[in-house]
Design a protein around this ligand. Structure first.
Ligand SMILES: Cc1cc2nc3c(=O)[nH]c(=O)nc-3n(C[C@H](O)[C@H](O)[C@H](O)COP(=O)(O)OP(=O)(O)OC[C@H]3O[C@@H](n4cnc5c(N)ncnc54)[C@H](O)[C@@H]3O)c2cc1C
Length: 372
């Protein structure tokens, strides 16, 4: 396993449960990169059916995580609210509701602007046409989930090597034969690329095209705001501005327009200026309160905003688990479970075909549209 974020830790644990011997090679410390900088959102309101199915599974696994590993994932079901201001987006989301229900997401529903204000007291704006709301979605702790899988994996014999970088992948013809690291070489017929924003580099070491690019994202957390702890995770879909309770304050962030890939994780304070107009229009109270802290992390983005999962065709033994495009924390429980099923020769209970790496050469893609 190359990469010890939430994805590598989840897969390692699920493989070890099925009796596999696993080594996790992590250049920094477990969960310290994108995982440790993420907003903790867990939702099922995706546009593509396989993502909804995968998220149903993740939520089920999170519900059982404490019983399974002894660690509470701190999943708070504050709900997820997608605010819609564009007619086409609103129609699109309305059309998705029956699909969500087919996948068992029965409490997802359309809410009108008056109810939006009741549910989300920070929200303002006469341009809101309505929203979709799923009260059982929410936020969980990336730290807790990662340490749950790491701890339980360790007890099952997984070897975690922190502060060790993979530097090369050895092939025997078209097969994986080993991994070279800064702390020695390993012979192995299988490598999982769980290197998050750096997954393209790991692919290149094996001669595999892994189209994942890094895009920095900033998060800001406000000073205490009183009784907002039950405020739903709220996403202004047209702008991708989002916010949710974090401790006694609110956490917020937004995507960037016209950005180019970069590995920079310095906080870009100018983002606050570019967000000022949206904050003023959508949640003005956030603009009147101090910022307690801020940090930046990397999204790991694919061209269709879908993850790349499973073994690749051209190099036997090279598995991808990367490219989560900003949703990897919530997908980690399901991804670990499903890839371990696949590895063990079972049929993954959620079909993973649309996530295969070959889609970038066949051109058969089903992009995810509900991205933030
Ligand atoms: C600001 C922000 C907000 C987010 N919000 C959410 C959210 O609300 N919900 C959600 O589901 N997701 C969210 N995400 C996305 C989520 O954080 C990621 O999708 C997820 O953490 C990916 O996990 P990972 O294990 O693949 O990557 P990482 O946690 O980055 O782990 C990859 C690891 O690989 C290691 N590595 C890289 N190269 C090497 C090498 N050569 N040798 C050894 N190790 C190597 C790195 O050190 C790193 O620790 C957010 C991300 C950001 C940045």
């Amino acid at each position: 396993m190359i990469g010890g974020g939430v994805i590598g830790c989840s897969i390692a644990y699920h493989l070890a449960r099925r009796g596999a011997g696993v080594v996790v090679i992590e250049r920094e410390t477990l969960g310290s990169q994108s995982t440790g900088r993420c907003a903790g959102g867990v939702r099922r309101q995706f546009s593509s059916g396989p993502n909804v199915a995968m998220q149903q599974l993740s939520v089920r696994l999170l519900a059982g995580l404490e019983a399974e590993t002894g660690v509470d994932p701190e999943f708070r079901h504050i709900g997820y609210l997608f605010l819609l201001t564009d007619e086409r987006d609103a129609e699109d989301f309305k059309r998705l509701i029956p699909m969500w229900h087919e996948h068992g997401l029965n409490d997802a529903r359309w809410v009108d602007p008056a109810e939006v204000r009741e549910l989300a007291p920070l929200v303002t704006g006469d341009d809101i046409l309505g929203a979709t709301f799923c009260p059982s979605d929410g936020i969980a702790s990336p730290h807790a989930v990662t340490s749950a899988y790491a701890g339980a994996g360790r007890r099952l014999g997984v070897k975690f090597m922190e502060g060790v970088a993979a530097t090369a992948i050895v092939r025997d013809g078209a097969r994986i034969a080993g991994v070279k690291t800064t702390d020695g070489d390993f012979a192995t017929p299988h490598v999982f690329d769980c290197a998050g924003a750096w997954s393209r580099e790991i692919g290149a070491m094996a001669g595999v095209e892994v189209p994942v690019d890094p895009y920095p994202r900033d998060i800001f957390v406000t000073d205490p705001m009183g009784s907002m702890r039950q405020h739903p995770m709220t996403i202004d879909f047209a702008t991708s501005f989002y916010f949710h309770p974090e401790g006694d304050g609110m956490l917020f962030g937004m995507g960037k327009k016209g950005e180019t890939p970069s590995f920079s994780t310095e906080v870009d304070w100018t983002v606050l200026d570019s967000m000022a107009e949206v904050i003023e229009r959508r949640a003005p109270r956030l603009g009147t309160i101090g910022i307690q802290t801020a940090w930046a992390g990397l999204y790991e983005v694919t061209p269709d905003h879908q993850p790349i999962l499973g073994p690749v065709d051209d190099v036997e033994g090279f598995w991808c688990a990367c490219g989560f495009s900003g949703h990897g924390f919530q997908q980690a429980p399901a991804v670990g479970h499903l890839l371990a099923q696949w590895y063990a020769g079972e049929t993954p209970e959620v079909p993973l075909d649309i996530f295969a790496q070959r889609r970038f050469s066949t051109g058969i893609v089903e992009p995810e549209r509900n991205v933030v």
